[in-house]
Design a protein around this ligand. Structure first.
Ligand code: V07
Length: 257
């Protein structure tokens, strides 16, 4: 415990220890999105195979999901696999494709218990059959739950998402169901995979990279960003509280004054 707090102090400018109770004094972000980076680096530092980092990262997904639910966060979107990740070695991709099943085999009963809804954005048709089956079952088994929405971005790429939306809208126009003049932001948003979700209020990216990597480009237009050098497998409840505390300090104006 001491070690955990010390690590946190070392990596941040503040030596404040946040508690759930003081964070809940102010509104928490409704939708938090996370780019869970640094799993490979975490493993390398320990001379472990990259798979060990991904496995550890999966345990952190469980921990942070539970805590986000406790805080009353409504939607947690996690970037689990990007359309770019297919370029990794086949053995790593094969391992990653087993994680949704493994995660759900281990944690689905708990998620159901905690009233969590599992959802997915991304092109699932390109995933291996076994991965699709596990994901579809989880979505189906949790669709009537009313607590936290745990939204996994799996084989997700934002430009592909927008391109798909443009194509669908063009078809609607071509078939005469929609005129070009009727296309506004609301129409565009309704063709994205996030159509039923509010835009993220807070984006977190771990592991020191300061970029979006093709993640939710449309949806992040007014989102507050929080970057940390902490590697995803080292990410704790305390880090989430720190990100939320920072969010609560910022005045959001959505372009107004
Ligand atoms: C993956 C663990 C977390 C760190 C980032 C990369 C590795 C959970 C899932 C998952 C996805 C869908 C679902 C249930 C669980 C997952 C992949 C990688 C591909 F319905 N973690 N995790 N999927 N990592």
């Amino acid at each position: 415990m001491f070690n955990k707090i010390w690590k946190h102090k070392e990596q941040s400018n503040f030596s404040i220890e946040y508690t759930k109770e003081n964070i809940l004094q102010q509104p928490v972000p409704e939708h938090v999105a996370i780019i869970m980076d640094g799993n490979g680096r975490w493993a390398k530092k320990r001379a472990l195979p990259r798979a060990a980092g991904h496995y550890e990262g999966m345990q952190v997904v469980r921990k942070i999901t539970r805590f986000a639910n406790e805080l009353g966060i409504k939607v947690l979107t996690l970037y689990a696999f990007s359309t770019e990740n297919w370029k990794r070695p086949k053995s790593e991709v094969d391992y990653l494709m087993k994680l949704p099943e493994q995660f759900l085999t281990t944690f689905l009963p708990e998620l159901i218990e905690e009233n969590v809804t599992v959802r997915v954005i991304g092109d699932c048709n390109q995933l291996p059959e076994h991965t699709q089956t596990a994901v579809k079952k989880a979505v189906e088994d949790t669709k009537h739950n009313t607590g936290l929405i745990l939204n996994f971005a799996l084989n997700y790429g934002s430009r592909a998402e927008i391109t798909h939306a443009v194509k669908e809208i063009a078809k609607q126009v071509q078939q005469g169901h929609l005129s070009a003049e009727q296309i506004d932001e609301e129409v565009v948003a309704s063709y994205l995979m996030t159509r039923n979700l509010k835009d993220p209020d807070l984006l977190i990216r771990t592991s020191g990279e300061i970029r979006l990597s093709n993640f939710m480009l449309w949806q992040l237009a007014y989102t507050e960003f929080w970057f940390t050098d902490v590697l995803w497998p080292d990410f704790t409840e305390q880090h989430l509280l720190e990100a939320i505390a920072e969010f609560q300090k910022r005045g959001r104006r959505f372009g107004g004054i």
